[in-house]
Design a protein around this ligand. Sequence first.
Ligand code: ADP
Length: 457
Amino acid sequence: MSAVLLLVTFASFSYYFSAKMRTQEYTGRLTYRAESIAKVLGDGAQIKSDVLLLDKLDQTAFQDLFLEEIMVYDPVDFDLVYTNIQDKVVQVDIRQLELLKREKYMHKQVLVTEENAEQAHEFELVGIYDTSNKIPLLVLVSAYDKFGHQNLTNLKRILLIELAVCVALLVAIGFFFAKQMVQPIIRLVRQVDKINVNNLQNAKVNIRGKNEIAQLAVNFNTMLHRLGESFNLQKSFVSNASHELRTPLAAIISQLQVAIGKDRTAEDYKQILQSVLEDAENLSELTNGLLQLAQSELGEQHFKFQAVRIDELLLDVPNLVNVQDHKKRKIEISFERMPEQDDEITCPGNESLLKILFLNLVDNACKFSPQHKALVSIDFDDSYITVKVQDDGIGIPPADLQNIFEPFYRGENTVNVRGHGLGLSICKKIVQLHRGQITVESKVGHGTTFHVKLRKS
Ligand code: ADP
C-alpha cells in the first residue's frame, strides 16, 4: 500500500513539474514575442500595410505560435493600434489594460471553448507595457501551446500506464510473497491438527528453514516434548499410585478372607487384626502422602503465607513425629549461632506446609538410621535461613541421589524400611513453593544431610 502511495506521489510530482516547466517555457516565448512586436512598432516605422507589418512581425518570431493573437493598444486612450486577427478568441477588457499599464507585465491562462470543439483549450496570454522605444505601447500576445499540451497529455498517459503496470506488479508480487509466507503456517496448522493424546509422545512438526515460522516449529516441538514427558510422568504416577494402593488393600482382603475361613482362637484374631491394622495404617500414610503431594502442587495463591519463626516451628516437629510413630526416636535441635533478634530466624511461609517439609526430613533421618536419631541445626545470614537435617544412617547410593526427589522413587537399600517414596517429592514441591533450595549430601554407611535454604524476604 505504501509502495503504491509512493508511486502515485512520484508520478504526480513528475506531472506537476513538467506542467510548470511547460508554462514557464511558453510564457517566455510569448514574452519574447511581445517584446519583439513592441520593438518593431515602437520605433515609429512608417509601415502602412498590415500585410507588410505582419511580415515584419513574423520575422521576429523564431517559431510559429499556434492560434496566435496579437493586440497592440495605445497606453493613453487604450485604442487598439494593431491586431493580427479580427475574430479574437481571447478577449481583454479595459480594466485588464489599466492593470497591465500599472503592473507592466501580465500572464494569464484563459480557457477557451471554440465552436464545434470537443474540449476547451487553455490559451496562454502574456501582456507587456513597453516604454523602452519611441512610442510606448501595450502589447498582448496570446496563443495555444498545442505541442506543450500534447506532450503533457502524452506524459499523463504514460505515467498512468506505468502506474497501472507497477500497481499490478506490486499486487502480484505481494500475493506471491504473502502466499510464500503463509504456506509454512498452513503446513504447521495441518501437522498440529494431526496431533492428539494417542500420538503425543512421538509428535513432531516438521518445518524447515531459518525464518520465524521454522523457529516457532522448533519451539513447538520443544513444548510437545515437554508435554509428552509430563504426560508420561502423569501416567506412571497414576500406575505407581494404584499399585501402591492395591498392595496393602490386597493384603487386608486376603488376611480377612483367611480369618473368616474358619473359627480361630482369640489370640489368632488379635494377630490378624494387628497385621490388618498395620496395612490400614500403611494405606492411610499413603493416601495422606498423595493428598499432601496434590496440595503442594497447587499454586502459591492457594496458601496463606505469613511470618514464621523457624526455630519455634522446628521445636514442634518432635511432638508430631512422636504422634506418628511408636518407635523411640531422638531429635536434637540446635543453633549454629544464637540469633539476637526474632527476625533473624523468621521467614515468610506457610506454617503447615513447612511443618510437613521438616517432618518428612526428620522422619526419614530417624527411619533410615539405626539409632533413629536426627540432628537438626539452624543457621542464618542476611538473606537466608538454612536448616540442616543430619543422620548417621544407611546413606543413599550415588546412583539413587539424582532420583530421590521423584515421586514413588525409593533407594535400592531401603527394602526393609517402610515407605512409599512420596516424602521427598513433597518436600521438593514445598521448597519450590517457598522459592527456596533443597540439597542433599550422603555417604553410604555413614549418613545423610539435607540442607534447606529458605528466603527471608
Ligand atoms: P520413603 O522415605 O517413603 O522411601 P522419600 O521420598 O521420603 O520416600 O525418600 C525417597 C528415598 O530417598 C528413600 O527411599 C531413600 O532411599 C532415600 N532417603 C531419603 N532420606 C534418606 C535418609 N535420611 N537416609 C537415607 N536414605 C534416604
